[in-house]
Design a protein around this ligand. Structure first.
Ligand code: WTA
Length: 652
């Protein structure tokens, strides 16, 4: 584990200069679901009792639980003995309550087409598709891959899996065939649900060909279901591949929701770790649904009768799982789902959508906000954004300048901002303001939510009162991961190995004199590029899988827009001198996906190593960020660094 990097130290100092405070606006607080300390006090007095109350008030159970929490460190089980159907919580109960005609999803396609789908229609579609899956031989416990564009059928597929208790594993549509194949293999999945293609940046990107390639590389997939969206030509394999619309034509909409155990697996979601192999993070039904429903309700101060919620994430990430599919639909709110990029056809597309649907609560990533800043305040100014009441951010630290711009140019100076810290592993939001309660500071995620207990510690696990430290969680919470699929040892080593008895998230943070938390970013070898987690080891192994590459070292360098950028240093095999950095970048995109493409690749004769042979990443980061090099005396060969710097200076 690396100690706090110099970059982190520098940001600690920069952030110490931030003193602006934003109390909840009086009118907002007056109408908020909570505007005092009650929830905090209740949770502090009785952790389990607090979560039990959330579970019984916010979730519908077919059988009550016997035990709230079984905590057998590092494994937690919540609401044991309880039974529920997650899809019935997201759909049936709203229809039963007379809200069948309420819009569940205002879906906006990138080319400008749109669909409004009610809760009753969603229930029909999910029931039919659950029957389709059963008809294809999918049984409870079977894993189903979802590899889709941002279309309503992605949510339908997930909820249909949840209905029958077949865990889904959604793979972001931007990932390569190889990434999909690795996940199919690891999960031993039976079915892939995909689409011919989707719309992105004004053209159609094909998904089915990548799915075909992945299925051919693996041996467990029996059926592929294909939604027609892109209209691109695809090959259909007889007996294996089926058009979604054809299967749905003959399907019955009668599919009673069977009760599942609270601790049955709801989904796997693969995320990057410090080694080359992604981890299948396991989430179960009762705890995850309780956590996402609770956080979605209180962090976004949800008024489901009037709110129009929009989370701009892709369903391929945890944010899309928790705050497009499960949280919002369990709360029965109306939301916007958008297929494409923010700059198609023009840079104001998001603001056009906010105005078109009267979005009230908007949730996006800091990297997007920094991009909007670059495009200029005149873009949002073209539209009436007065419907907005609250703004949220997630995925990476937000710098105070971006926070202020968001506040002023999107929020019109009147909307509270919730900077939400959490992870794939935590299932839902953990550290965030409560908008009617918390006075915010630009750039700080503020405090743990009621029901969440966090603590900063130093290298020796001593409590840190103020200053920098490691962000740890000391009490179990309902949405916490239940393990890593097929690799229990890795679960223990990754999250519980660094400090005894506490979950270590992998992030460094600072706590200021007022007790506010400032999350600084990863202290391990995981990069955060545009809010996406990418492991240095994964990119390195993609690079060395190219026949011309002998060795590779990858670091995340600070980037003004994307937070971090992937920088690679590559040693070529002898006789491979004609391979270009561009070829290698394309190779990485093919191995992992375009999001992992290095921003720059430096071809070098050597890498800086210690005398014991360890690559000195700190130096590589310094070179990539153009910093003066610190101590190089531990290097086996100091001239390597001079050469690297010379090449970096020459690079365009
Ligand atoms: C980072 C995304 C600072 C952090 C929900 C974490 C953040 C990783 C914030 C998880 C935030 C997320 N402030 N950093 N508000 N939110 N992060 O699993 O480094 O894709 O460990 O989950 O994103 O990324 P993941």
């Amino acid at each position: 584990m690396a100690p706090m990097s110099e970059g982190n130290q520098q940001s600690i100092e920069a952030l110490s200069a931030e003193h602006r405070m934003f109390p909840p606006p009086a009118e907002f607080a007056a109408n908020a679901l909570t505007n005092d300390r009650t929830l905090f006090d209740e949770a502090a007095a009785d952790h389990e009792g607090f979560w039990a109350r959330q579970a019984s008030e916010l979730v519908e159970w077919s059988r009550p639980w016997d035990t709230v929490l079984e905590w057998d460190l590092p494994y937690s089980k919540w609401f044991l003995g309880g039974q529920l159907n997650v899809s019935a919580n997201c759909l049936d109960r709203h229809v039963a309550a007379g809200n069948g005609d309420k819009i569940a999803i205002h879906w906006e396609g990138e080319p400008g087409d749109s669909r409004d789908i009610t809760y009753a229609e969603m229930l029909d579609e999910v029931s039919k598709f659950a029957n389709v899956l059963t008809g294809l031989g999918v049984e409870k416990g079977d894993r189903v891959m979802v590899y889709m564009p941002m279309i309503p059928e992605a949510a339908v597929a997930m909820l249909a899996c949840a209905r029958i208790g077949a865990p889904h594993s959604v793979v972001f549509g931007g990932f390569s065939a190889q990434s999909l194949a690795d996940r199919i293999d690891d999960a031993d999945a039976k079915v892939v649900i995909t689409a011919d293609g989707g719309h992105r940046r004004g053209s159609v990107f094909p998904l089915k060909p990548a799915a075909d390639e992945a299925v051919e590389k693996t041996s467990t997939i029996e059926h592929v279901v294909v939604v027609k969206r892109g209209g691109n030509e695809v090959d259909m394999v007889d007996g294996r591949d089926h058009w979604y619309h054809e299967l749905m034509n003959g399907a019955s909409a009668d599919c009673p929701p069977v009760p599942h155990d609270s601790e049955d697996l709801l989904f796997l979601l693969y995320t990057s770790g410090t080694t080359g192999k992604p981890k299948g993070i396991m989430h179960t039904m009762g705890g995850y649904l309780t956590h996402t429903t609770y956080t979605h309700k209180y962090v976004f101060d949800l008024h489901p009768e009037t709110d129009v919620f929009w989370c701009t994430a892709d369903v391929g990430w945890i944010t899309g799982h928790s705050y497009i599919v499960y949280g919002p639909m369990s709360n029965g709110c109306t939301q916007v789902m958008y297929e494409g990029v923010p700059n198609y056809p023009e840079n104001d597309r998001f603001w056009e959508i906010v105005a078109k649907y009267g979005v009230t609560k908007f949730y996006t990533a800091p990297t997007a906000i920094r991009t909007f800043m670059k495009w200029g305040a005149e873009e949002p100014a073209k539209h009436d954004l007065s419907s907005l009441q609250l703004l949220g951010t997630v995925g990476e630290p937000i710098n105070p300048e971006a926070w202020m711009w968001y506040h002023e140019h999107i929020g019109g100076g009147r909307c509270p901002i919730v900077d939400t810290w959490w992870q794939t592993e935590t299932g839902g939001i953990m550290i965030s303001p409560l908008p009617g309660v918390t006075t915010t500071k630009p750039g700080s995620a503020t405090h743990p939510l009621p029901g969440v207990v966090a603590e900063l510690v130093d290298d020796d696990a001593n409590h840190v009162e103020t200053g920098g430290g490691y962000l740890t969680l000391t009490k179990p919470w309902p949405g916490m991961l239940r393990g890593i699929w097929g690799d229990p040892q890795r679960y223990i080593d990754t999250y519980w190995g660094r400090f005894d008895d506490r979950y270590f998230a992998g992030d460094g943070a600072k706590i200021d004199d007022d007790g506010y938390l400032w999350v600084l970013g990863r202290v391990d070898d995981v990069m955060n590029v545009s809010g996406h987690r990418i492991s240095t080891a994964e990119v390195e192994s993609a690079l060395v899988s190219h026949p011309s590459v002998a060795e590779a070292a990858v670091v995340g360098a600070t980037d003004a827009t994307t937070g971090q950028a992937v920088m690679a240093y590559v040693i070529l095999r002898s006789g491979a001198a004609d391979v270009t950095p561009e070829e290698l970048r394309t190779h990485v995109a093919g191995e992992i996906g375009a999001i992992a493409k290095p921003k720059a690749i430096f071809i070098t004769p050597d890498l800086p190593k210690t005398r014991s042979g360890k690559i000195m990443r700190r130096l590589l980061r310094d070179v990539a960020e153009g910093r003066n090099l610190g101590d190089t005396t531990t290097l086996a060969d100091a001239s390597v660094v001079d050469e690297l710097q010379r090449r970096a200076n020459e690079a365009p």
